[in-house]
Design a protein around this ligand. Sequence first.
Ligand SMILES: C[S@@+](CC[C@H](N)C(=O)[O-])C[C@H]1O[C@@H](n2cnc3c(N)ncnc32)[C@H](O)[C@@H]1O
Length: 202
Amino acid sequence: MNEFDASSYLAAVVEREQTLLQAADERGRHVYCLSRAWAAELAGPEVAEILEEGRQPRVLEVGCGVGKAVEALLDSNPGLQSSSVVATALNRLDEHAALEQRGVDVRIGVIAESLPSDFRGQFDVVMASVVMQWTEPDRAVPELYEALSPNGVLLGFDTRPDVARVERVAAALGMVNALSDEVKAQWEMPDTNMVPFALRKG
Ligand SMILES: C[S@@+](CC[C@H](N)C(=O)[O-])C[C@H]1O[C@@H](n2cnc3c(N)ncnc32)[C@H](O)[C@@H]1O
């Protein structure tokens, strides 16, 4: 792999994001940040199963936008402690203060291609909702894989070609599909070409 300079890559993606956010009106800003809670529905059964085992799941959302998935996951799983949840974002948004007040660890300026070393092996669930399309999957997927605990799951949504790229890199790492055909069919979104993915660390 070529030399990768994480700080100049971060500066470039933050500049792109700031340009997008400045150009957007309030509605556009929320469309970009999406306010989607979908990933929480995919992550819910994983979180519930770990809680049933009597363990506290550790959850990371990378590229959390305004944090709706994290909020929805906490709301729908009362046993999940907010102190077990980490959310990363490139830019600080007003909404992140509300997440922090709930006890979520919000890390600003973290790119999927270069995660902090304290993330290694930490997370049972990593959510990446409409984020992988903005990343370099050859670098981002191995980083997210490293953040997973044994048997942990990387899941989220993206466009079909982006999911295919993620799955290709994940397969080379030995990750296996964790989505049933039934769940895949349930999330078919032909109008946006968006599909779910869930990949388990072997
Ligand atoms: C379309 S928004 C999705 C936000 C949120 N996950 C959701 O579904 O509502 C894309 C997000 O990806 C983040 N992002 C873009 N490039 C990234 C990168 N290289 N690493 C991590 N996050 C990135 C942006 O900051 C932005 O919040």
